[in-house]
Design a protein around this ligand. Structure first.
Ligand SMILES: NC(=[NH2+])NCCC[C@H](N)C(=O)O
Length: 413
């Protein structure tokens, strides 16, 4: 593979191309009954969420990045041939529990009757029961928990957090097996785009595909430099996936990653991914939420490096600062505390993604305006901060890093 479609060798190199998903009708298909299962804490006002998202996209464009929308790439991919579209839909339906039968047939007919673009929009939005007439209902359609669900196909409201279903790393990607059912279909779109879209097909190393039963999500996958990555052991990413991925990196000749730092974080909804508590903003500067450490400032960290006979060597450490200095080979390190480490401000701003900064160039970040204490701290530490509006987008528990999947960053010298 000579020509590459992906180049992400750090968290901080100048952002040149990024993948987003504009929030759509899926947001209006969240209800109080389904909210928890759909991983939302509230129901955003779609019109404002879209305005905020467009504002975010504009900031990225104005600062030199191409913005691609996954919904457009998906529609382009599925338009390439009727077979691709049909295979995609069959897989989608099968994974959602409709491998065959009357409901499968009705869903398939309904979705195939639309334009490809409308079908993609519909799959993100979800298909309600009252949209279809099923000729012969099965018991499954009439009784039990699925029958009580107003949707045949659930909406995908988390899709605007494009960071998670896949992760660009070096010249390739992991296409992720998501933890919760509510997000599983999202990475099927990525799989098809990477496999068939002319911009990507044959130009992306797939480090790990979605056909695994161990889970991993992009919010946990951080690229510290061209040979070191940090991966969260979290509610969403299991230690098994991290070890498997480390083995792949250490043995694949196309990979230059030789160090994986596994960082254990609390397993809860406020901190579902490593990037909600820890992000890199400059060569030796990071944001960190103090709540991930115990009272003595220690936590569980494992440094994975290539061992003997294809095995992985592991070293247990407890001091984040020292680990970062060692793996990045820097003598000075600046850990900037979310909300200035205040016991009220820090958790409040962390809840609204005060630690979830998107770095668009070394020392230059995009953050939510509502986290004004954390933003002030970043500025005091010399970081250039672009604030984006955030009343509705934040209700889904994700910030600027979660909402963006870098595809190309300039390499650092
Ligand atoms: N990279 C991130 N931190 N993403 C945040 C995702 C939030 C989303 N509601 C979820 O629970 O999956």
């Amino acid at each position: 593979m000579t020509e590459k479609a992906i180049q992400v060798n750090s968290e901080i190199g100048k952002l040149k191309s990024v993948l987003l998903k504009r929030p759509g009708a899926e947001i209006e298909n969240i209800t109080p009954d389904t909210m928890e299962r759909l991983l939302f804490d509230d129901i955003p006002f779609l019109e404002i969420a879209q305005k905020e998202h467009d504002y975010f996209a504009n900031v990225l464009k104005e600062n030199g990045s191409e913005v691609l929308y996954i919904e457009d790439l998906a529609a382009e991919t599925l338009s390439m041939s009727p077979e691709i579209r049909e295979n995609f839909l069959e897989t989608y339906l099968t994974e959602e529990g409709y491998a065959m039968g009357a409901t499968h047939d009705a869903l398939k007919e309904y979705l195939m009757s639309m334009s490809v673009k409308d079908m993609v929009t519909k799959l993100y939005a979800g298909v309600r029961r009252n949209e279809l007439t099923i000729k012969t209902a099965s018991l499954h359609d009439l009784a039990g928990s699925d029958a009580a669900n107003p949707f045949f196909l659930d909406p995908l409201p988390n899709a605007y957090f494009t960071r998670d279903p896949q992760a660009s790393m070096g010249s390739g990607m992991t296409i992720n097996h998501m933890t919760f059912k509510a997000r599983r279909p999202e990475s099927l779109f990525t799989e098809y785009i990477m496999k068939y879209h002319t911009r990507f097909a044959g130009k992306v190393d797939i480090w790990r595909d979605r056909n695994h039963d161990t889970r991993i999500e992009g919010g946990d996958e951080l690229i510290l430099n061209d040979h070191v990555m940090a991966i969260g052991v979290s509610q969403r990413t299991s230690s098994r996936s991290i070890e498997g991925l480390a083995k792949e990196f250490f043995s694949n000749p196309n990979s230059h990653f030789d160090t994986v730092v596994a960082v254990e974080i609390p397993h809860n909804h406020a901190m579902m991914h490593l990037d909600t508590v820890f992000t890199m903003v400059n060569y030796n500067q990071f944001t960190v939420f103090p709540g991930i450490m115990d009272a003595e400032g220690s936590m569980n960290i494992y440094i994975l490096t290539p061992g003997k006979d294809g095995e992985v060597h592991m070293e247990h450490r407890t001091n984040l600062e020292q680990v970062l200095k060692d793996v990045l080979k820097v003598s000075e390190l600046d850990l900037i505390q979310t909300g200035n480490g205040d016991p009220i401000v820090a958790p409040r701003e962390q809840w609204n993604d005060g630690s979830n900064t998107l770095t668009i160039a070394p020392g230059e970040v995009v953050t939510y305006n509502r986290n004004y204490v954390s933003n002030q701290m970043l500025r005091e530490h010399g970081i250039l901060v672009h604030e984006v509006i955030s009343s509705e987008l934040s209700r889904g528990r994700g910030g600027p890093r979660c909402m963006s999947q870098p595809l190309w960053r300039e390499n650092l010298n």
